[in-house]
Ligand binder design. Structure first.
Ligand SMILES: NC(=O)c1ccc[n+]([C@@H]2O[C@H](COP(=O)([O-])OP(=O)(O)OC[C@H]3O[C@@H](n4cnc5c(N)ncnc54)[C@H](O)[C@@H]3O)[C@@H](O)[C@H]2O)c1
Length: 446
């Protein structure tokens, strides 16, 4: 059913936590270059992909950006928080993801983007030392300071709307704490400096309290707590997460459904990576790696459903390793060795070697998520935006649902959500289109 969507008039403020990091500055420099017509938004669905409308015989494929009312990339203004008091130009130069010539072309704009002091506690990111940080007696006070930053930024830049995205470092592994089952418990925890309230949760709370959509690009919990999800629903704020699905896991969520579609069995999947950027250094700490490992490991079981197919998948070994190797910088190299078996149990192997660039893959995801979350807010969506699972390694989901990991089912879900938003029929890909109701996504998955 067609939904009322507020038009994207005026400026869209984009606030990034981890403003001076590699992903953030690669996104910023790229967006500024694209806005000057110096580059193309390669990798971005919102800017480059089409969407089919109606039957295949109708040959109607508008661009997504012409089909739903997205904010214009030129209407975005940028700010955020970091523990390093630097201009985004200096940080981008230091990150060494983009060539100097690309950064010099947008130097003036990048130089003007500087962070607010961060909410930071070293216990949560052991390998970093922050000196540009907020001071306050309680976590509640720090959260109030973040809210003030948000309001000041909005007023100073004359923004109509805002989106906040966590591109900050991966925090240590924490299971969801039972004390925060309700929002009152969480507020009490902030006032009493509960040790399990991480900085990323403080930003998430502040965003929701200000009515601003919040996206979590890292694997730490941040907004993925029942209390904060309930709060988002109550305040009519969309939230999404977690952990951008960029390199190895993107590949995994294409190959694993292929094996399952052909009923090929799996003995084991060994994934290893070398990575030399600051993210690699942070993940070198076992507690931060554990957060990433849990996120990366969750994918296979959920796609392969060993409980339904014990003969094919029950006893598979799945290992994930990340090794910090400075010479490679942001140029991550991933290897996957996949031991499979087929007819009569005969064994085969698949080897994948992905020489990728981490932040180059993440930047268009940041752009799409910002624009889609702004659309979600203007369409009056609230709570977890499962239709954006496409972008995440560990998609947030309702408690009574299994997460969807298969990249192409995720894409179908995203596009059907867009179709429904503007009153077009979802496409089921059955032979007699339009005679059937859309099948529930759980049926499609099985
Ligand atoms: N690049 C990818 O492909 C990819 C994929 C999935 C997830 N991620 C996640 O995205 C995040 C960013 O990655 P990156 O390569 O840009 O890392 P990075 O280390 O270059 O940047 C992180 C930034 O966050 C800042 N920071 C840390 N704690 C903060 C806090 N409490 N408040 C404000 N700023 C804080 C750091 O100072 C740093 O500038 C990481 O968590 C990473 O795991 C990246």
């Amino acid at each position: 059913m067609k939904q009322d969507i507020q038009q994207p008039a005026g400026k869209l403020g984009v606030l990034i936590v981890g403003l001076n990091g590699a992903v953030s500055t690669t996104f910023l420099a790229g967006t500024l270059a694209i806005n000057k017509n110096l580059a193309m938004p390669i990798g971005s669905l919102t800017q480059m992909a089409t969407i089919r409308i109606g039957k295949r015989s109708e040959n109607n494929f508008p661009f997504i950006k012409d089909f739903v009312p997205l904010a214009d990339m030129n209407d975005m203004v940028f700010g955020g928080w970091d523990i390093r008091d630097e201009s985004c130009f200096d940080s981008a130069m230091e990150a060494k993801v983009l060539h100097e010539k690309h950064l010099l072309a947008v130097r003036k704009e990048l130089d003007a983007i500087r962070p607010f002091p961060a909410v930071f506690e070293q216990r949560f990111v052991v390998r970093l030392h922050g000196d540009f940080v907020k001071k306050g007696k309680t976590k509640f006070e720090l959260m109030e300071q973040v809210r003030e930053d948000i309001r000041n930024f909005k007023a100073k830049n004359n923004c109509e709307r805002l989106v906040i995205i966590w591109c900050g470092s991966t925090e240590i592994y924490l299971p969801a704490n039972k004390d925060f089952g309700t929002i009152d418990g969480f507020i009490k925890g902030m006032k009493e400096n509960h040790p399990d309230i991480a900085p990323s949760m403080i930003y998430a709370y502040a965003a929701i309290a200000e009515g601003v959509p919040y996206i979590n690009g890292a694997p730490n919990l941040s907004v993925d707590l029942p209390a904060l999800v309930d709060f988002a629903e109550r305040e009519n704020v969309p939230v999404a997460g977690k952990d951008f699905k960029t390199g190895q896991t993107m590949v995994k969520t294409v190959i694993a459904p292929m094996l399952k579609a052909r009923m090929l069995g799996l003995h084991g999947w060994y994934s290893t990576n070398i990575l030399g950027n600051r993210d690699g250094e942070v993940l070198d700490d076992p507690n931060s790696f554990k957060t990433k490992e849990v996120s990366k490991l969750s994918v296979l079981d959920s796609i392969l459903q060993p409980e339904l197919y014990p003969d094919l998948y029950k006893n598979h070994h799945h290992l994930v390793r990340i090794n910090y190797y400075p010479p490679r910088g942001d140029n991550k190299e991933g290897w996957d060795n996949i031991d499979i078996f087929g007819w009569l149990g005969y064994e085969m192997q698949l080897k994948i070697n992905f020489l990728c660039k981490d932040s180059i893959l993440a930047a268009p995801i940041v752009l799409d998520l910002i624009l889609f979350m702004d659309l979600a807010k203007r369409s009056n969506h609230s709570g977890i935006q499962e239709w954006l699972s496409f972008y995440f390694k560990s998609p947030m989901h309702a408690e009574n649902k299994v997460p969807e990991h298969d990249l192409f089912i995720q894409l179908m879900k995203l596009k059907n959500t867009l179709r429904e938003l503007v009153g077009e029929k979802p496409i089921t890909h059955t032979d007699q289109n339009n005679k059937h109701e859309l099948i529930d996504d759980v049926d499609l998955y099985s």
